[in-house]
Design a protein around this ligand. Structure first.
Ligand code: B12
Ligand code: SF4
Length: 488
């Protein structure tokens, strides 16, 4: 039995060192969990450490920190890497408990591989708190006790997997403390971000946050509901939002905020309330929001105006397909291409830039559908406010509707093969992924390379504008200096 003051927890965010997938982003889930444990006085702050395999080597860190318990967070594409690390840790430190959490185990909650002692399904704060309290008091776990903790998966002595009762979701999200960035080295939290506004680039300090958990939609490919449940969207209060922004603006000089909500701006009232909160705190007009996830069908004239007032400079939209038939399947008839076009135009009128995301090789997608998507991408890339074409290959994750389909049945039979197929190991890995439609691999690759090219051409266009704008800025500032010199 360890005293509370001596019990140490190491939290590891496992991902590959990929440069173009947001792997450098801080692990918000682990920050939430760490902050929650400290706020509830379960463990002193100095006894929790968060590391990230994008930057750190977990084995070196464990040897230095000597934790009693390790918590690992990962998504399905990086699960095999997480399991590899867990196996090494277990071999070298058999007495250290290893707990797995995050969207992979929350989605694939029927199997708990051997190196892991426990898995946490879904929202982690309350469940992890109970697990820590348990292991602070007990060195060895008893099946009867574990069964009483909702939201976990564990193995019995006879190697039977037990899934305990579902953990109810946190009703008051404000009970989770505001993100405490001091758990991480500064260089990993506040990034320099170039914000594109009125076609000129402004360089600001930026940070990520989120303002809600959940999404009102149920797209067939999305695994979010395994993490947050099929409940209605839960919001952090506007006061919580305002206080977070106020703190980072005044204490850290942050001017740009990336909101990572599953779907931001689900209602106009919510956006109006956020605007009002910022107005009261005298922050409106001083800060920007960029790369926020929104739904095109929710953007009308008023919503685009509200987003502009809030300070949104760019949004990320899941367009997915240029074929209405495929889009109906992917988004369960909740989005029309006419709405997408209208949304892009409306946002363009307010100079809000758009990053469009597209999915290829979905079940039932034929050549004609793909042609329509390529055509749509070309149209999109020509829009004055289109700044990014994000293309991805439809990948079925456990717990999604696509996972249950005939086309994916074979994948679920051979779990190890599946995990290898979806593993993302390099920046170009997507070319290796399987295809759920009936086209040949060669055909798919040809199309894939074509759309990747459109995407990189658009990127080049904006890089050129960025460089030009920097050059003009330099000339202007030089000119001003000459003016000052001449006057003096
Ligand atoms: C924002 C986001 C992104 C952003 C930023 C990612 C980042 N690293 O910060 C971007 C756009 C870059 C992105 C990219 C990708 N993403 Co993403 N992303 C999300 C999104 C919308 C929110 C993630 C988030 O920050 N949530 C907020 C925090 C608080 O939640 P959390 O991390 O899950 O943590 C909670 C619990 O899971 C749990 N928990 C987590 N870890 C641990 C550990 C322990 C020990 C415990 C006890 C508990 C626990 O407790 C936490 C608090 O309650 C989710 C959807 C969702 N809601 O999960 C998809 C999601 C995680 N992404 C997904 C995918 C597939 C990807 C990509 C592979 C897509 C692609 N092909 O490009 C890449 C991978 C890149 C990467 N670096 O991870 C999938 C994962 C599916 C799966 N089965 O694992 C999700 C679920 C969406 C989906 N498609 O269904 N993503
Ligand atoms: S709108 Fe986005 S977050 Fe919501 S279900 Fe669809 S893909 Fe998932």
């Amino acid at each position: 039995m360890k005293k509370k003051q001596d019990f140490k927890v190491l939290l590891i965010s496992v991902k590959e060192k990929l440069t173009n997938m947001g792997c450098e982003n801080p692990p918000l889930g682990l920050l939430n969990i760490a902050g929650y444990l400290v706020a509830k006085d379960v463990i002193p702050k100095k006894n929790i450490k968060i590391i990230d395999t994008y930057y750190d080597d977990p084995i070196t860190e464990i040897r230095k920190f000597k934790p009693n318990l390790v918590g690992i967070s990962t998504i399905t594409p990086f699960y095999l890497l997480a399991r590899k690390y867990a196996t090494i840790i277990k071999n070298e430190f058999p007495e250290v408990k290893i707990i797995l959490g995050g969207s992979h185990i929350s989605s694939d909650s029927t199997v708990l591989d051997l190196p892991f002692d426990l898995g946490v399904i879904g929202e982690g704060e309350e469940t992890f708190l109970e697990i820590i309290e348990y292991f602070q008091k007990n060195f060895v776990s008893r099946e009867k006790d574990l069964k009483a903790i909702p939201g976990i998966i564990f193995r019995t002595k006879k190697r039977k997997t037990v899934l305990t009762l579902k953990r109810p979701l946190i009703t008051n999200l404000d009970s989770i403390p505001i993100l405490d960035w001091s758990f991480l080295p500064r260089a990993r939290t506040f990034f320099d971000q170039t914000i594109l506004s009125r076609n000129s680039y402004i360089s600001c300090k930026s940070v990520s946050l989120y303002t809600s958990r959940g999404c009102p939609y149920h797209c067939t490919f999305c695994a979010y509901n395994n993490v947050w449940g099929m409940s209605k969207v839960r919001f952090f209060s506007t006061k919580y939002f305002g206080e977070s922004i106020y703190k980072w603006y005044w204490e850290e000089g942050v001017e740009a905020f990336c909101i990572l909500d599953d779907t931001f701006a689900t209602t106009k009232n919510r956006v109006k309330e956020l605007i009002e909160e910022l107005r009261q705190k005298q922050l409106l007009g001083k800060i920007y929001f960029y790369k926020i996830f929104i739904r095109a069908n929710l953007v009308d004239e008023e919503m685009s105006r509200l987003l502009e007032i809030l300070g949104v400079t760019s949004v990320f939209i899941g367009i997915e397909s240029g074929s209405q038939k495929v889009l109906d399947f992917l988004k369960k008839k909740s989005l029309r291409l006419t709405e997408v076009r209208k949304c892009i135009k409306l946002l363009g009128d307010r100079d809000i830039k758009v990053m469009g995301s597209f999915m290829f090789f979905s079940p039932g997608e034929g050549r004609a559908d793909i042609k329509k998507t390529v055509k749509f991408i070309k149209w999109f890339a020509k829009q004055r406010n289109a700044i990014d074409v994000n293309v991805c290959i439809t990948t079925p994750y456990p717990g999604t509707e696509i996972w249950e389909m005939e086309e994916t049945k074979l994948l679920s039979v051979d779990r190890e093969r599946y995990l290898k197929l979806v593993q993302i190991k390099s920046d170009n890995q997507q070319e290796e992924i399987f295809y759920l439609n009936r086209l040949t691999k060669e055909e798919c690759l040809k199309i894939w390379r074509k759309v990747v090219k459109i995407s990189s051409n658009l990127e080049k266009k904006w890089l050129l504008i960025q460089n030009k704008s920097r050059y003009v800025d330099k000339v202007k500032s030089l000119w001003n200096k000459v003016g000052v010199f001449l006057k003096s």
